[in-house]
Ligand binder design. Structure first.
Ligand code: AMP
Ligand code: ZN
Length: 467
């Protein structure tokens, strides 16, 4: 399997630390509001990556944090506290907000067939581990106390700009953009490990620490939770591109200083979903959530199809027209699959051959669009209906599009009419059989067949599909 590694800026063969096993980490949501479908694009593509690794035979352990403390509205430690902002907006406590939006996030994930990671850990349940890590960083001389906060000293590192897509100048501009400059920082890029001197008088969540009552900085949680559950060596770390700097850069800085060796080998970043005006936001324009799409009558899986149709390393522009096109393509695909008859022996060799083809195709830096195209090759292949169905079921373990479930009751009038007609005929045939009028029953079956409708008597009742 090949994957683009942001660390080396190359597509590389994926080789895990331990043969056959993968330790995978995903930066989880900040639970102060609903996730927008941009955030969910990242989780969706990470889900496909996880499933593809499993499909390719790896034993995957996936860990995700939930950010319920420490994330300020600017990733560079300034601005408002996001959780506090959510609590004020809704007149609730920070923990109520965290619980509500964590549940909402996993509801959205379920609707999009995004598997829940093996381990999900909220930042607030690991405070003692954060404190330990910060103590070690202080002992090793990588951190300092200033103005009652604890900071990471980036000048102690040889390679700070790991994800150096940005020039040093650009990084500086990013920092300069912040309204309130933290004068405690010795170097521009130093970052907070522990706040005690908070500018938020009403900071809700605080813990005792060797440096006074306070709360952790944002980056420490991912280093700590990652190491806690995946050990000293991590295979793949994921997030959206905006996480590269400063978040992931700072995660690497503290983890490697703490461990004394390289931490994670592959960094996987999903590009943004933008709306037509630019970057998607929770505060400006229409707040695009899964629930909003549902209210407008969209099947969340049509959004999954839309996301899979494009490459994760390209920005994707969302528009309702583009989503409508995806809805149509998805519906057509499902209808074609539904018309594959459940007949013939299953050809295990063909299933294996197509499995390997998919693993190789999609395994080329997560080429999901090509993976979707492969389904059409399966549909056209000279194989029994049951073999085709088995291959598609196999592909769906990665694609997660419910490809074999009955197509959504089509909302265009023609299909509705057809459905009503077929169901009426099936009812008529059932009654004919009850009355032992087998001649009529057969006539009805043949009539339907002539119209291109196949009916089958199964243990669960009569089923039908287009021939
Ligand atoms: P947050 O809840 O803000 O911490 O973000 C959750 C995840 O969504 C992170 O991995 C971000 O990098 C990612 N993300 C944020 N905005 C977008 C976007 N417009 N498109 C794709 N991913 C995004
Ligand atoms: Zn993170």
């Amino acid at each position: 399997m090949k994957i683009y590694n942001s660390l080396t800026k190359r597509v590389e063969e994926f080789v895990p630390n331990v043969e056959g096993k993968v330790g995978m980490y995903t930066c989880g949501p900040t639970v102060y509001h609903f996730a927008h479908i941009g955030n969910l694009r990242s989780y969706l593509m990470e889900d496909v990556l996880e499933k593809l690794l499993r499909f390719s035979g790896y034993d995957v352990k996936r860990v995700m944090n939930i950010t319920d403390v420490g994330h300020l509205s600017s990733d560079a430690d300034t601005g408002e506290d996001k959780m506090l902002k959510g609590a004020k907006r809704e007149h609730k406590t920070v923990m109520e907000i965290a619980k509500f939006y964590t549940d909402a996030f996993f509801d959205d994930c379920r609707k999009l067939n995004i598997k829940t990671p093996d381990v999900v850990e909220p930042a607030t349940s690991c405070i003692s581990e954060f404190i330990h890590m910060i103590e070690v960083l202080l002992e090793k001389g990588y951190a300092y106390k200033a103005g009652e906060n604890v900071y990471f000293d980036t000048s102690k590192l040889k390679d700070y700009y790991v994800f150096g897509n940005q020039s040093e100048d650009e990084l500086m501009v990013g920092v300069r953009d912040d309204v309130t400059e933290d004068t405690n920082k010795r170097n521009k890029n130093d970052f907070v490990l522990w706040f005690t001197k908070s500018k938020f008088e009403d900071q809700a969540l605080k813990w005792d620490s060797p440096w006074g009552v306070g709360y952790p900085g944002w980056h420490i949680e991912c280093s700590c939770i990652g190491i806690k559950h995946l050990g000293e060596f991590m295979d793949i770390h994921c997030g959206g591109v905006d996480n590269m700097f400063p978040h992931h850069t700072n995660e690497i800085a503290q983890s490697e200083s703490f461990l004394g060796h390289k931490w994670c080998n592959y960094w996987f970043h999903v590009h943004h979903l933008n709306d037509e005006t630019g970057k998607m936001s929770k505060s400006k324009g229409e707040f695009l959530t899964v629930s909003l799409l549902e209210q407008k009558g969209y099947d969340p899986l049509a959004y999954r199809f839309f996301a899979l149709s494009s490459h994760y390393r390209k920005p994707l522009v969302f528009s309702y027209e583009a989503l409508d096109q995806a809805v149509n393509a998805y519906k057509k695909l499902k209808n074609r699959i539904a018309s594959v008859p459940e007949e013939g022996a299953e050809d295990a060799a063909a299933v294996k051959e197509f499995h390997d083809k998919f693993a190789e195709t999609v395994g080329n830096d997560l080429n999901t669009a090509m993976g979707l195209t492969l389904i059409y090759d399966v549909l056209k292949a000279d194989l029994s209906g049951n073999t085709k169905r088995a291959i598609i079921a196999d592909y769906d373990k990665v694609l997660g599009l419910n490809l074999l479930s009955a197509p959504e009751s089509a909302d265009d009038g023609e299909d509705e009419e057809l459905k009503a007609m077929v169901e009426a005929k099936i009812e008529e045939r059932k009654n004919a059989k009850k009355e032992k009028n087998f001649e009529l029953a057969d006539r009805i079956r043949n009539e339907l067949l002539e119209m291109g409708i196949v009916i089958e008597d199964t243990r669960e009742g009569v089923k039908w599909h287009k021939a």
